[in-house]
Ligand binder design. Structure first.
Ligand code: UDP
Ligand code: MG
Length: 330
């Protein structure tokens, strides 16, 4: 087994019906890889019989880890828990509901080993309700447009990573939808390969229609975190300066009118607008300054850059910095 081993991380929440079928299909696919492997199930606070099923799988199969979270924390948290405990250099994630096809794992690995940091599965032919398919298309289009990381399918649970990449990932809430953007915006290489997608056979989807509202709000967070976290004043300050300048021009005009005609009785609405813009302008700039303070207080070295490789004949830790060294890919 000279090839890198694979850890399969499966987040799940109330999937008792699918689990035995999933495990059988997964193990069959993993055995065929001729690599070391393990399956890491992360139970996100299931209240059905999932826990019992997982305990039985753990007893039967020595390549299985089961992580049971104390309660229901959401898919992002479950993934993070799995990433933290994955043992092998390659990490593959799948949904537990049999919608992702374990037979497709070799395809993801092949692309990953061409030199990518992450590969994401593209459900080209989807087996989901039409409303979900249409809104998901829109979501992918908008996210691609705003992040510049062009993908057909952001929110596929089927992905493969080099494990060291995951050390740089910090997702919470529902940010798992944006993993390719979060990594891509930090200059990791992301590839997409078409994968087979199956209809859900057991249980129901865990994300209702509110997924779209949350998704678009989260897009704001992602854009903000990735582009403006370093310089909040550049965003808020720009808006503030625009407002302030416009307000200043309007009120100068009103002052000029007052001096010229002695009355501004027809221009009160304009005066209100000008004054409002001045105040809002100052507030935006102040918000930006506060953002700078917060960002400075929380900034980590890791937020600024990630080193791909470090060729040096003088290995040492430069004063006060901790730099994670990574071997160049074979
Ligand atoms: N999941 C989870 N915690 C959650 C929501 C979902 O662990 O809060 C798991 C779920 O059990 C499944 C995967 O994430 O294994 C994808 O969920 P689902 O199939 O409901 O999403 P969809 O396919 O509808 O996008
Ligand atoms: Mg699903």
């Amino acid at each position: 087994m000279d090839r890198a081993g694979v850890s399969c991380v499966i987040p799940l929440w109330n999937e008792e019906g699918s689990l035995p079928h999933l495990h059988a299909a997964l193990v069959a696919a993993l055995k065929g890889l001729n690599r070391d492997y393990e399956v890491v199930y992360v139970d996100d606070g299931s209240t059905d019989g999932s826990r019992k099923v997982l305990e039985a799988l753990y007893d039967q199969d020595a390549t299985t880890q089961v992580i049971s979270l104390r309660g229901h924390y959401g898919k992002s948290a479950a993934l993070m828990a799995g990433f933290r405990h994955a043992r092998f250099p390659i990490v593959v994630t799948l949904d537990a509901d049999l919608q992702d096809e374990p037979q497709e794992i070799p395809k993801l690995l092949e692309t990953l080993e061409q030199g990518f940091d992450m590969v994401t599965g593209w459900k080209r032919v989807r087996h989901d309700p039409w409303l979900k398919v249409v809104s998901s298309r829109l979501f992918n289009w908008v996210t691609s447009l705003f992040t510049g990381i062009r993908l057909h399918d952001y929110n596929s649970g089927f992905k493969a990573y080099r494990r060291e990449v995951l050390a740089e990932l910090d997702i919470y809430g529902e940010l798992h939808r944006f993993i390719p953007a979060l990594l891509g915006l930090r200059h990791f290489t992301v590839a997409e390969v078409p994968v087979q997608h199956n209809p859900r056979q057991f249980g129901r989807t865990k994300f209702g229609p509110e997924r779209f509202i949350n998704g678009f709000l989260d897009l704001l967070t992602v854009m903000f975190l990735s582009n403006y976290l370093k310089t909040p004043l550049h965003l808020f300050g720009r808006i503030g300066l625009l407002f302030f300048t416009t307000g200043f021009l309007i009120n100068s005009y009103i002052t000029y009118l007052k001096a010229l005609t002695g009355t501004i009785q027809f221009h009160y609405p304009l005066l209100v607008l000008g004054t409002l813009l001045l105040i809002m302008g100052v507030q935006f700039v102040c918000t930006g300054l506060l953002g700078e303070l917060i960002s400075k207080a929380n900034r980590r070295d890791a937020d600024r850059f990630v080193i791909r490789a470090h060729l040096t004949r003088h290995p040492h830790e430069p004063g006060g910095f901790t730099i994670k060294r990574r071997q160049p890919p074979e």
